[in-house]
Write a protein that binds this ligand. Structure first.
Ligand SMILES: *Cc1c(COP(=O)(O)O)cnc(C)c1O
Length: 459
């Protein structure tokens, strides 16, 4: 066993100053048990903890480290920027350049406003949609995560799913009474809601492929249907690309699928990759909607550190590294790792669903494929914990939650992939032993060992 004594000491110390020892809940390992690692260094594909253990990183700060940790070009750009101060709280050229780059990549996004987190980006998008339509209702899908703002913290994914919380105390009924939650991929429910209340709906917000309840690809035509219904009923379509933006392709999910399928959202939210690991996010979209923001219009939104030069430098130089070649390579790496792990599980007769959408993927230990949150919640979380710890023990860091996507970076080498697949063979054996010993069978026995859910483009 690798020693984790220093991480343990830090984690005990942290309890006295930070609730649960962490700045964001999933990091605490509560759902998988054990000691969270405290990290001190990252380089390329690997990260090091305070005990000197190194890991192949398949979390990548939940996406932003797409080009690998401490990439020399990003470090150089950030260093030369910060020598001239961290922030002015005033306009600076970097934010203009980053906005232009986003618009080049996502032409349906005509204007961009920077904020510091995905949560803020979504809050602003919702406010804009309500102001633009003069309506109140927001429609979201169960298991999708849009940050931790009150109105959207209803049947949410990510940490809320990981901790098994239905909602959050402290969010009043008033704050969520205008939020309607539908099951994901449910075409009939969406159609019915619009025929009943279409003229009250300000916006439908969705992840283009949910990846905060594990990866759950949309059924063919689902995003297109949202676009059609919102446009017919005078509502807005908010596409939350905080995770998928500039990860799935040069132009995010929309750039790869939306454009080809002929649908366009009114508003986008971006985060994660666009900050390259710095706190930076954005809301963007049609100029007619975006231009009602202050100071052009009267919809208020602001931020002391918004668009600061250091964050925009990190974002810009990360995006510069994200060329077609990078996306080809990370798609390939994701497929190689995903299929390789699925084979390791199949070899050990562990029933699972390998779910992937572009280069995002995750595994469910379930007796069937997963198309919505109710099915995702059948995840065998105990088996996942065994899998997680066996991988960690073999030097592979994946999200400490059964309901999160895995992230590859362009820095992964052939040797890293070989290490991941070797670790996966050990982890699959550990899951099998565990299931034999403790759990044995699903209530519904799987018809097949392996299920696979992926994106099928509509015709
Ligand atoms: C991560 C995420 C958010 C929240 O972003 P933060 O920067 O953590 O506030 C919102 N939406 C989606 C789809 C995300 O993946």
């Amino acid at each position: 066993m690798a020693t984790t004594s220093r991480s343990q000491i830090w984690h005990e110390r942290a309890q006295h100053s930070i609730p649960g020892g962490v700045s964001s809940p999933v990091r605490a390992f509560n759902s998988v048990g054990g000691t969270p690692r405290y990290f001190v260094k990252g380089e390329g594909s690997r990260i090091w903890d305070v005990d000197g253990n190194s890991y192949v990183d398949l979390v990548g700060s939940w996406g932003p480290m797409i080009a690998g940790h401490a990439h020399p070009e990003v470090v150089g750009r950030v260093r030369s920027t910060l020598e001239n101060s961290f922030s002015f709280g005033a306009a600076s050229p970097g934010e203009v350049e980053l906005a232009e780059e986003i618009i080049r990549r996502v032409p349906a996004c005509e204007r961009v406003r920077f904020v510091s987190s995905g949560t803020e980006a979504v809050m602003t998008a919702v406010r804009l949609a309500r102001a633009a339509t003069g309506r109140s209702l927001i429609v979201k899908f169960a298991g999708c995560y849009h940050g931790h703002s009150d109105a959207l913290l209803v049947q949410a994914g990510s940490g809320i799913a990981t901790l098994g919380l239905p909602n959050s105390p402290g969010v009043t009924v008033g704050q969520t009474q205008d939020t309607i939650v539908l099951p994901y991929n449910d075409v009939v429910a969406l159609d019915e809601l619009f025929s009943l209340r279409g003229d009250e709906i300000a916006a439908v917000i969705t992840e283009p492929t949910p990846a905060n309840m594990g990866v759950v690809p949309p059924v063919p035509g689902f995003n297109a249907l949202i676009a059609e219904l919102t446009s017919t009923h005078g509502a807005l379509f908010i596409l939350d690309e905080v995770m998928t933006g500039f990860r799935i392709s040069r132009g995010g999910w929309w750039g790869k699928y939306g454009q080809a399928e002929g649908w366009t959202p009114d508003l986008f939210t971006f985060g994660k990759v666009i900050g390259g690991g710095m706190p930076l996010a954005a809301v963007g979209g049609k100029a007619t909607v975006m231009n009602i923001l202050a100071p052009l219009g009267n919809v208020y939104q602001a931020g002391t550190l918004s668009g600061n030069p250091v964050a925009t430098a990190a974002g810009l130089s990360t995006l510069e590294l994200c060329d077609e070649e990078l996306y080809r390579r990370i798609d390939f790496l994701a497929e190689e790792i995903g299929q390789g792990i699925s084979s390791a599980l199949t070899e050990q007769s562990v029933a699972h669903s390998y779910q992937h959408a572009g280069n995002l993927f995750s595994f469910f230990f379930t007796p069937q494929g997963v198309e919505n949150f109710a099915q995702a919640q059948q995840q065998d979380t105990q088996a996942f914990s065994v899998f997680f710890h066996a991988l960690l023990e073999h030097g592979v860091s994946i999200p400490p939650s059964a309901f999160e996507a895995w992230f590859v970076s362009n820095a992964l080498s052939d040797a890293d992939v070989a290490q991941v697949l070797d670790a996966a063979r050990h982890a699959s054996r550990a899951v099998k032993d565990f299931q034999n010993k403790h759990r044995v069978h699903f209530s519904q026995s799987p018809a097949h060992l392996k299920y696979e859910r992926h994106v099928t483009q509509q015709s």
